[in-house]
Design a protein around this ligand. Structure first.
Ligand SMILES: [Cu+2]
Length: 353
């Protein structure tokens, strides 16, 4: 596919990211150490806890049950606000319904590239601009919303679930999402190409792939290659750590620098398609980024002044400054400032439970 000539050299990038990640974690740790040495907590605003989010139970999740979740108040832009829920708090029927919509969007009988493939290609095309810099959160927000909107054309009742992987952050391979059966996403890849062998995605060939070794005539599969030789994965992070970083981040750039590295860890240790520019081939990509997107909303809600709902700063990957009025690359008319509040733009209109 000459469309995207620049291959992502996954192993080299993994090392590169691991280095950046280590530096960032060290920096966060240093800041926390200084707070500890000075004998004071972070500034008061950081101690603000959104409803349903407690910090005294390290096993609790950032999410709450929809039954506990207040109905969102409509806004001028959003007469109806949809609720995205945690995949681990949905029942089998609800998961099956989401996966059925995904399977129809990416119907193996469709002529390729299909609508879903175009989404995958869109991420691949803009890959080098939308990571390792300020645009990562607004860009992926619009991208995964487009996927959700495509699912809702098929089944209006569906919303995009999020995958709070911090619930199983120490032993990621034990997350329920990796179960087989038609209501989960399947496990580690197997065989010479590390094809996902079970779950609701196993029989869905991908169209765009960086794996060049599929024999002629064989449709490429969805690949995963957990990064530990024994079929486990590198340790990710627990929710208690994620929340600590959210509280410590004083501005958008600090939030971005705290959350982008652990976000990469999910990509690099799941590996396979997830570690390429075609990561959206794996439906877990969208649930992973919905969780990252939720963290952005959670972080905004932590500051009672409301100023974070218009805050965007830092640098693009090339070092040039990022501004709230920047157009989101690949989406002609959308500015970053228009999508920071997920309930203030008719294109979005969602919250997270
Ligand atoms: Cu991405």
């Amino acid at each position: 596919m000459s469309y995207l000539p620049t291959a992502w050299n996954a192993p080299r990038l993994t090392v590169h990211r691991a280095g950046r990640w280590g530096l960032t974690i060290a920096a966060v740790g240093f800041v926390l150490l200084i707070f500890g040495l000075l004998g004071r907590g972070p500034p008061t605003a950081h101690n603000f806890t959104p409803a349903g989010l407690t910090d005294n139970d390290s096993n609790s999740s950032l999410s709450s049950m929809p039954a506990d979740f207040p109905a969102p108040t409509p806004t001028a832009a959003c007469p109806r606000i949809r609720i995205r829920r945690s995949i681990t708090r949905m029942n089998s029927t609800e998961r099956r319904r989401f996966l059925a919509a995904h399977r129809r969007l990416n119907d193996p009988r469709s002529s390729r590239p299909n609508r879903f493939d175009h989404l995958v290609a869109h991420h691949g095309q803009h890959h080098d601009f939308i990571h390792e810099g300020a645009p990562i959160f607004p860009w992926h927000r619009v991208f995964i919303r487009d996927y959700e909107a495509a699912l809702q054309v098929i089944d209006p009742a569906v919303t995009l679930p999020y995958w709070d992987w911090s619930e199983h952050g120490l032993y990621p391979e034990t997350s329920p999402v990796f179960q087989g059966g038609s209501d989960w996403f399947g496990g580690n890849g197997a065989g010479p190409h590390h094809c996902v062998p079970d779950g609701a995605l196993a029989d869905l060939p991908v169209f765009y792939t960086e794996e060049k070794t599929f024999p002629a005539g064989q449709a490429p599969c969805l690949r995963r290659q957990f990064d530990k030789a024994n079929g486990t994965m590198s340790t990710w992070f627990e929710d208690v750590a994620i929340r600590r970083w959210l509280r410590a981040a004083d501005n958008y750039t600090e939030f971005r620098e705290a959350i982008e590295p652990p976000h990469w860890l999910v990509h690099t240790s799941l590996a396979g398609d997830m570690n390429t520019r075609y990561a959206p081939n794996d439906a877990l990509f969208f649930l992973h980024h919905a969780y990252i997107d939720k963290l952005w909303n959670d972080w905004m809600a932590m500051d009672p002044s409301g100023k974070r709902y218009s805050e965007y700063n830092g640098q693009l990957k090339d070092g040039s400054p990022a501004a709230p009025t920047d157009i989101i690359r690949g989406y002609d008319q959308i500015r970053v400032v228009d999508v920071i509040d997920s309930t203030a733009n008719p294109r979005l209109c969602y919250v997270y439970a």
